[in-house]
Design a protein around this ligand. Structure first.
Ligand code: NDP
Length: 294
């Protein structure tokens, strides 16, 4: 048996077209153009490529984008000043500071400086609190938000299902576990301290891998036949002398055993970008008191 591929790129493209129409409507009916500011500190090639990608998608859907580039030597105060200027700018609706920041900068302090109403990454304490209290006016982190859409495409009702999230980071694992339980799945949150991970994972219908280790989840981790695998990992490796992008799941082997699986690339990655754009439209509507059309 070979698993059905959950095509994140196609689903993201479809959802982005819907956002494009919403943005056009905001522009023509309300004279509002949602604007996303992306702050990049330094020139890490991976960060540069993520930022370029976000900028390209924003432009494709008619969103305004405001790239802010600072040198890797920028001080914490300089970064905070840039964030405060964006907070104060009424034309900017969403602010994202690309992580990781250089080691001399305290990322928590920078995240805390972003106006929660513009925190489209959903990392600010206020938005984390809102998510955990089930309040709908905050921002959900983009990657877990995208994963939930992918899951719902193949399984609209998660009630009674057992889901395991491998990884407990603040940006992926923890909010993912929260969203799954909100959707009535029974959730296990696994991490590096989990004993006999393979046996634990094999008890679950849904597996979310967010570990950061190339092809770590093997076929023996997977419940046969009906498991759904969402692979969040993005790992750059070299194979046969060539650079290659792989997930946290051993795709070739696991797709022989599971029912559904996301590929890397083309799975969760494009959905994260959709989540960011969706949150920015949400922020623009909230800032201008506009009820969001769906
Ligand atoms: P972190 O490094 O912050 O967290 C990794 C988590 O994996 C930790 O909780 C860690 O456990 C756990 N872990 C590490 N080793 C093991 C192990 N041997 N067994 C079980 N658990 C383990 O990573 P992120 O959450 O930021 O990212 C995870 C992956 O997702 C990365 O590949 C990243 O590139 C990718 N990513 C992809 C995105 C996308 O858009 N597709 C967006 C964001 C991230 P512990 O807490 O015990 O240390």
């Amino acid at each position: 048996m070979s698993a059905e591929i959950i095509n994140g790129r196609a689903i993201s493209d479809e959802l982005l077209m819907g956002l494009k129409a919403q943005i056009e409507n905001l522009r023509t009916q309300h004279h509002v153009t949602p604007c996303l500011a992306v702050v990049l500190v330094g020139e890490r090639p991976d960060s540069l490529s993520y930022v370029t990608n976000k900028d390209r998608v924003a432009q494709q859907i008619g969103m305004a984008s405001r790239p802010v580039k600072l040198p890797s030597t920028a001080t914490q105060d300089e970064i905070l000043r840039a964030v405060q200027e964006l907070n104060a700018d009424i034309k900017v609706h969403g602010i994202l500071v690309q992580m990781p920041l250089p080691s001399h900068v305290d990322a928590e302090t920078v995240m805390a400086a972003i106006d929660p109403a513009k925190d489209v990454d959903g990392f600010h304490d206020v938005n984390v609190g809102k998510l955990h209290k089930g309040k709908k006016d905050g921002f959900t982190p983009c990657t877990p938000m995208g994963c939930m859409v992918l899951l719902h495409r193949v399984l609209p009702n998660l009630k009674g299902k057992r889901a395991v999230v491998i990884g407990r980071s603040n940006i992926v694992g923890k909010p993912m576990a929260y969203l799954l339980q909100e959707a009535n799945a029974t959730v296990t949150l696994a991490h590096s301290g989990t004993h006999d991970l393979a046996s634990v994972v094999a008890e679950h219908d849904i597996v979310i891998a967010a570990i950061g280790k190339p092809e770590f989840v093997k076929a023996n981790f997977i419940k046969p036949k009906d498991a759904i695998i969402i692979d969040v990992g993005i790992n750059r490796i070299e194979r046969d002398g060539k650079p290659k992008l792989v997930g946290d799941v051993d795709f070739a082997a696991v797709s022989e055993k599971a029912a559904f699986i996301t590929p890397v690339p083309g799975g969760v990655g494009p959905m994260t970008i959709w989540g960011l754009m969706d949150n920015t439209v949400k922020a623009a509507c909230a800032a201008h008191n506009i009820t969001r059309a769906r």
